[in-house]
Design a protein around this ligand. Structure first.
Ligand SMILES: Nc1ncnc2c1ncn2[C@@H]1O[C@H](COP(=O)(O)OP(=O)(O)OP(=O)(O)O)[C@@H](O)[C@H]1O
Ligand SMILES: Cc1cn([C@H]2C[C@H](O)[C@@H](COP(=O)(O)O)O2)c(=O)[nH]c1=O
Length: 206
């Protein structure tokens, strides 16, 4: 028996844009449609990846070390979780993937894009998301949402210039890959965003 490869969906956006809020909703919509779904996150998603997550979110380190650890976590995630699930026909949702490295380490921190492209080619030469939701929101809105909720990690404590550059790189990539990106105006209310997400999910799983 041959299985059709499952679909790979990623959620992206600057910290506080609201992507995590909507992952559960989209997951519930897909499961209600009978789809076998694996939901995961980066950095993380495996026992080793979760240890790397603790390091990159809390320890100061060289920019290139940070990028390499993101891709080390990703290599493990692809090998242990994403590729096996897709191969057996399950769908995978990941809270962030390689677009985040281009946006944060590339846009935010200024790492040469060619180095990120080389890492991408090394770590997942044959894998790209089928669909990427980019939750786009002005920095001030994201910041207000974060400040209201929790202690901030290393990235969340970055300044406005960092997040503006990160957001701009996300938007640049959305324009570069329009066939897989859906830019969601995340400054709207949660019910309005859900309505749009539901329509996209229904068209995808029809
Ligand atoms: N559309 C919205 N309107 C108002 N509040 C929202 C909206 N979306 C999310 N929030 C709230 O903003 C806060 C941050 O949301 P969430 O954790 O989903 O962001 P995130 O993009 O996943 O952030 P991070 O990447 O840092 O984990 C939460 O308290 C959430 O309830
Ligand atoms: C995958 C990935 C993530 N990051 C950053 C982006 C966020 O600030 C954190 C993860 O936190 P979240 O609350 O789970 O979104 O990590 C990054 O800089 N580069 C990456 O490749």
């Amino acid at each position: 028996m041959t299985f059709q490869r499952g679909k790979f969906i990623t959620f992206e956006g600057i910290d506080g844009a609201g992507k995590s809020t909507h992952i559960q909703f989209v997951s519930d919509c897909l499961r209600a449609r009978g789809i076998d779904l694996v939901s995961s996150r980066e950095p993380g998603g495996t026992p080793l990846g979760e240890k790397l997550r603790e390091l990159v979110l809390h320890e100061p380190m060289h920019l290139e070390t940070e990028a390499l650890l993101m891709f080390a976590s990703r290599r493990e995630h692809v090998a242990q979780v994403i590729a096996p699930a897709l191969a057996r026909g399950a769908w995978v949702i990941s809270d962030r993937f390689t677009d985040a490295s281009f946006a944060y380490q590339g846009g935010g921190r200024g790492l040469d894009r060619a180095k990120l492209e080389a890492l991408e080619q090394w770590v997942h030469p044959d894998l790209q998301p089928d669909l990427t939701f980019l939750f786009d929101v002005p920095l001030e809105v994201a910041r207000a949402r974060l400040d209201a909720t929790r202690d901030l990690d290393k990235f969340e404590q970055e300044q406005a210039d960092f997040f503006n550059a990160t957001r701009n790189e996300y938007l640049r990539r959305a324009a570069q890959f329009p066939q897989r990106f859906r830019v969601i105006d995340s400054s709207r209310s949660i019910p309005e965003i859900r309505e749009q997400l539901q329509a996209i999910v229904e068209s995808l799983s029809a």
